[in-house]
Write a protein that binds this ligand. Structure first.
Ligand SMILES: [Zn+2]
Ligand SMILES: [Zn+2]
Length: 395
């Protein structure tokens, strides 16, 4: 006789006595029923045989003070499912709803995600760690953790530099609204697993050792769903569209993967949720480039500006900055505008690196050409002696 029988069977009803019946009344009721249904008095009557078995089973428990007490305790503790099913007078309707999360001190996160604190899994790891060996596979098994979810988001260049909060709409599995994730039909509750009595673990004796292992009947959850939620078919999850507001920190870069713990798929029947991974794509800007926390910008200047020097007013991401180009600045020189790059949350900031690019006009006016010829006549030749030696070798 299993404890499942205890929860499912109403032995008081089987003997036709009240829950408060004295042991004498129980004995009397049993004797009467046993006599009536005894196979010897009812040869060939299978119905009577069944009744006789039921009565005997009931008396084996209720006729024993200790067993009767245990039976009463279990029925009042795990009553919710049992009393609903064979409801008859005397049982507390609905009984006491039983919720494993009470055992595991969850509820910290509130809402549906009762195991988000990880307490449940922790408990299992501590029970099963260091086991192994003869006990067979004692792998930690709580309610299955939800899967991780991957998604991709394209950010504007400026948003990536400054940081931005974006709504992210995901069509992904979520907690079922009909049953709030417990998998039970509305109006019903998951009931304590009759095999492990809600503990999620069973103990097996082998010689002088005893081994704990996750309950096979409830997969270590501690509860079973008797009547499945019609919406999610007992899994506690459905596919739904949800919108998350995701904060991308200032300086997030192209290719970066952002992890949002617990925002992935919900676990089955209250298990911990998976994580959400957001792959960041940064759209290029038409002006600026980026190297780490530095922004880059290329500014064309004329030969005259490079020779004579000038003040350059260049754009930054949120304004302008004036840079001094000293006389005699070579092409390719990089000027630095401090603190005009990516500004991190902690105040650290990159720079704006401005590369000067001396441009050569494709066409010049006659006047410009004449002036340039005058200029050339006044200018020493470019320093090419180190090349000339090599050139002469081939001539
Ligand atoms: Zn559901
Ligand atoms: Zn169980």
């Amino acid at each position: 006789m299993s404890s499942k029988d205890w929860i499912e069977k109403d032995y008081y009803a089987a003997l036709g006595v009240d829950k408060s019946a004295s042991s004498d009344e129980i004995k009397k009721a049993y004797r009467k029923l046993a006599r009536e249904s005894h196979p010897d008095h009812n040869p060939g009557d299978t119905g009577a045989e069944e009744r006789f078995k039921t009565v005997s089973e009931a008396y084996a428990v209720l006729g024993d003070e200790k067993k009767r007490r245990e039976y009463d305790e279990m029925r009042s503790l795990f009553g919710s499912g049992a009393f609903r099913r064979n409801a008859r007078g005397g049982g507390q309707p609905g009984g006491m709803p039983f919720d494993v999360s009470d055992l595991f001190g969850g509820g910290a996160g509130g809402g549906d995600n009762r195991f988000s604190g990880g307490g449940f899994t922790d408990l299992f790891s501590s029970i099963f760690s260091g086991g192994g060996g003869a006990g067979g596979p004692a792998r930690p098994r709580g309610p299955a953790r939800g899967r991780d979810v991957e998604t991709e988001v394209a950010l504007d260049f400026t948003d990536a530099v400054r940081g931005v909060t974006l709504p992210l709409t995901l069509r992904a599995p979520g907690v079922c609204d009909t049953c709030h994730g417990n998998g039970a039909k509305p109006g019903t509750q998951p009931v304590a697993c009759p095999v492990c009595h809600g503990a999620g673990v069973t103990t097996r004796n082998q010689g002088s050792f005893s081994f704990s292992e996750p309950c096979r009947n409830c997969q270590g959850v501690g509860t079973i769903v008797e009547e499945k939620c019609p919406e999610c078919h007992g899994t506690g999850g459905v596919t739904k569209t949800r919108t998350l507001h995701v904060r991308f920190p200032a300086g997030v870069s192209d290719g970066q993967r952002i992890r949002l713990a617990g925002r992935g798929e919900p676990g089955e029947r209250g298990g911990p949720a998976g994580d959400l991974f957001v792959q960041v794509k940064v759209r290029p800007d038409e002006l600026f480039g980026r190297t780490g926390d530095d922004l880059t910008l290329t500014v064309p200047i004329t030969y005259a500006e490079a020779v004579l020097g000038t003040d350059l007013r260049v754009p930054t991401l949120d304004g302008t900055v004036t840079l001094r180009v000293p006389p005699g600045t070579p092409s390719g020189r990089v000027l630095r505008a401090r603190g005009k790059g990516v500004v991190r949350k902690d105040g650290r900031a990159g720079d704006l690196l401005v590369t000067l690019d001396v441009v050569v006009p494709a066409k010049v006016s006659d006047e410009a050409r004449a002036a340039l010829q005058t200029f050339a006549a006044q200018t020493p030749p470019a320093a090419r002696e180190h090349l000339d030696a090599r050139v002469r070798r081939f001539s």
